[in-house]
Design a protein. Structure first.
Length: 354
């Protein structure tokens, strides 16, 4: 899709604007869709209620109403706050989300930036949001915000390690840090000599997939890892003093990041934009596979993203909150050792069978 546009040889400023527009679509459209589908409706049905019903048919315009409400609210800044740091914090959090989407491949050529070290880049930029959260907690001049920021820093640092270690097994098995290369490795792989469905890494890296999804839940500070924003203790943690548009940016950042992490998980473990090779061979025998998948691939990625995002929200509204000691022990005493064992076994099998 992107490459098809660039094949027309537009000017640099034209291609840049096009990429920016596509990045906004890739981040904001799935975020809005999953908020309505899961946060407003799925959770309502799980709790035996209807959810929003007044704004639009069946509550379909509730998200637009929420957006309008937040845009109309006054932008308040606490008197003792560090105004610049306080104002910049939401942008830092949101920028990390847009940086992460840059390396996600949505098709054979539909990428914003096809980096040889795409995995390294993706894992690096996920840490940027920690800086924004610390900025928000410290600059708000509120004890609730400060405690929430400190809790978030401790939690996110602890769960960054299992997040990274969970991906190492995939990198070892694929033999590349390039996300497009990881997709290709799953397409070309075989299971016991049969390549009909390729080798989606969720089959061989199911432990890594479990660790990755748990770490994502913690990175998003969603239940049962919502200590940084625990309403019953800290009101809303590092977001307590924010209102209006700046609060909306934190809200968008949280749910957009959930979708981008789901996209990343689908690339690492579910074959990304690809379909099983036996289906591809039957449908695209004339060699148009690459061109067609540049348009179909984003839809396939969207479907996989919806499945993984459903799991994230399902866990969020099913399990109770961890205590701080339980949260830290789970990362340091269970997830990290388990990830190290997974890496050792993967490396051993890689040496023995290849």
């Amino acid at each position: 899709m992107i490459t098809s546009f660039l094949a027309l040889e537009p000017a640099y400023w034209q291609s840049t604007i096009f990429k920016l527009l596509m990045a906004f679509v890739a981040v904001l459209l799935p975020a809005g869709g999953t908020v309505y589908l899961y946060l407003f409706k799925m959770v309502s049905f799980m709790q035996s209620r209807l959810g929003p019903m007044e704004a639009g048919p069946y509550g379909s315009l509730q998200l637009v109403a929420e957006l309008g409400k937040n845009l109309q609210k006054e932008d308040l800044i606490p008197a003792k706050a560090d105004r610049f740091v306080y104002a910049a914090a939401p942008y830092v959090v949101l920028v990390s989300t847009f940086l992460l989407v840059l390396v996600i491949p949505f098709g054979p050529d539909a990428t914003f930036a096809d980096l040889d070290t795409g995995v390294f880049f993706a894992l690096a930029v996920t840490s940027v949001s920690v800086i924004g959260i610390l900025m928000a907690g410290w600059a708000s001049a509120s004890k609730y915000s400060l405690l929430g920021g400190l809790r978030a820093a401790g939690q996110l640092i602890a769960y960054e390690l299992p997040l990274v270690l969970a991906v190492v097994g995939v990198v070892i098995q694929a033999g590349t840090l390039n996300l497009q290369g990881i997709v290709s490795a799953q397409i070309d792989g075989q299971i016991f000599g049969w390549g009909g469905i390729g080798n989606p890494f969720i089959l061989t890296q199911f432990i890594g997939f479990f660790i990755f999804m748990v770490a994502v839940q913690a990175e998003l500070t969603q239940t049962p890892f919502d200590m940084p924003i625990a309403e019953s203790e800290l009101v809303a943690g590092y977001m307590t003093e924010y209102s209006g548009f700046r609060f909306l940016m934190f809200f968008i950042g949280e749910f957009a990041t959930a979708n981008i992490f789901a996209f990343l998980a689908s690339v690492l473990f579910l074959g990304g934009w690809s379909i099983p090779p036996f289906i591809a061979d039957a449908l695209f025998a004339d060699g148009n596979y690459s061109n067609i998948m540049n348009f179909v691939g984003p839809l396939i990625m969207g479907g996989k993203m919806l499945v993984l995002t459903f799991i994230i929200y399902w866990v969020r509204f099913t399990y109770p909150r961890f205590r701080e000691d339980q949260l830290q022990k789970f990362a340091w005493k269970f997830l990290i050792p388990l990830a190290l064992v997974n890496i050792a076994v993967t490396g051993l099998l890689k040496v023995v069978f290849e």
